[in-house]
Design a protein around this ligand. Structure first.
Ligand code: ATP
Length: 387
């Protein structure tokens, strides 16, 4: 299984771009470099690792440098300086045949605009990367059909792309990447052109597939909700720089600066955080066996669902995984977790943690000022387009 390593990566557009890097290292700003040297610093000193089997999301507004970054990772664009390695192979130094081989055998791309070949069938499109790899026809038909099955398009292989909806076409794009059998998937705004409901379905499907396939995924998006839903970790980018890398929970609860904290302030935390994110370990919970008939949830259930459970059964909520008690969520924790780090956003009444409290005795739903999904980030651009 592959890993991706990005080290001190810079891309500066313009004449003699090294001047820009030197100036940035001296502490000059991106704007100064633009004004004084006519250079655009698209990616500035990006460093991160994507572990095998991880979904790592790079999230940022338009112009923050996401596409430039991903194009350097797949070797389409040469960095001004820095290094990208996939496993032990230095993508930034590979040339010609070696680079083509890495891109063919290690990396698959999924784009926003599907990039399907219109005059080829769905099956041929799904098999396209295998054709480039030189795989024989029967083998590639078999693999393409399998991949189409994985994205719920079994039986559509003989259709033409024009007969498919946008969501289905994007699934063909994903099937093509899966059929290629590469460990690394690079997904550039892959779901951004889809309607919100379809997009949500694709996100769920990707998470399910990932559970089974364990690819190493670098996913680019401008949509914070999408980033939080998909990412094991998220890199928040602004003006070419990575401001913070962390899990959704870390970014929500410990934003490193005012930019990140403004960005996440309108996120509906109850639709991002799960029971596992907020639960206490069973030994720290009041009772180590679930209350018969009491409130129960699964570790991946969202806080939004936990509110409903708590409203019905009271609290605390026992968190069970395969019938085993793995934690407990006290009501006060549940309500506090739904708010911002300073706890201002949820105004539901927190009732006493009375063991055995009866159904409906807790006002365990967020009050009227509970955060809305995907409000505007700093600058007012759309960070909530996933809904
Ligand atoms: N080939 C190029 N020549 C000059 N400047 C470029 C080039 N490609 C990108 N840029 C600039 O680099 C910066 C980062 O662009 P990039 O496309 O990587 O951002 P992005 O976050 O992917 O934005 P979007 O979501 O709109 O695609 C922008 O200021 C852009 O204008």
């Amino acid at each position: 299984m592959s890993s991706i390593s990005v080290r001190h990566l810079y891309k500066v557009f313009g004449r003699r771009p090294e001047r820009g890097i030197a100036a940035l290292k001296e502490g000059r700003s991106r704007d100064e470099i633009k004004d004084e040297m006519g250079l655009t610093a698209a990616v500035v000193n990006a460093t991160f690792d994507v572990s095998p089997g991880e979904i790592f999301v790079v999230m940022g507004l338009s112009g923050s440098g996401k596409s430039t970054l991903i194009r350097m990772v797949n070797g389409l664009l040469e960095p001004t300086s820095g290094e990208v390695t996939i496993d032990d192979l230095d993508v930034t130094r590979a040339k010609g045949d070696e680079l083509r081989r890495v891109r063919r055998e290690k990396i698959s791309m999924v784009f926003q605009h599907f990039a399907l070949l219109p005059h080829r069938t769905v099956g041929e499109n799904a098999a396209y990367a295998l054709e480039i790899q030189g795989v024989n026809r029967s083998e590639r038909e078999k693999k393409a059909e399998e991949a189409l099955g994985m994205v719920d398009l079994g039986g559509w292989g003989g259709s033409m792309p024009s007969e498919l909806s946008g969501g289905m076409r994007q699934r063909v794009g994903l099937a093509r990447a899966l059929a290629a059998g590469t460990d690394v998937l690079l997904m550039d705004e892959a779901f951004s052109a889809l309607d919100p409901l379809i997009r949500r379905g694709m996100q769920d499907q990707l998470v399910e597939l990932q559970d089974r396939l364990g690819k190493t995924i670098l996913f680019i998006t401008h949509d914070l909700n999408e980033a939080m839903r998909l990412g094991d970790r998220i890199a928040m980018m602004r003006g070419g720089e990575i401001e913070q890398i962390g899990t959704s929970q870390e970014i929500l609860n410990e934003p490193v600066n005012s930019y990140v904290s403004q960005f996440v302030q309108d996120v509906d935390r109850s639709r991002v955080l799960t029971a596992a994110d907020v639960m206490r370990a069973p030994e720290q919970a009041a009772g180590s066996t679930p209350d018969p008939g009491g409130a129960v949830a699964g570790p991946t259930d969202l806080l939004a669902d936990l509110y409903t459970v708590a409203a019905r059964h009271g609290g605390p909520i026992s968190v069970l995984d395969d019938g085993r008690l793995v934690g407990s969520v006290p009501l006060a924790t549940l309500l506090a977790a739904g708010g911002t780090p300073d706890g201002e956003r949820v105004t539901g009444q927190v009732a006493e943690e009375a063991p055995g409290a009866q159904s409906g005795s807790h006002a365990a739903t967020p009050g009227p000022s509970a955060p809305a999904v995907g409000g505007p980030p700093p600058g007012g651009a759309d960070a909530g387009g996933g809904e």
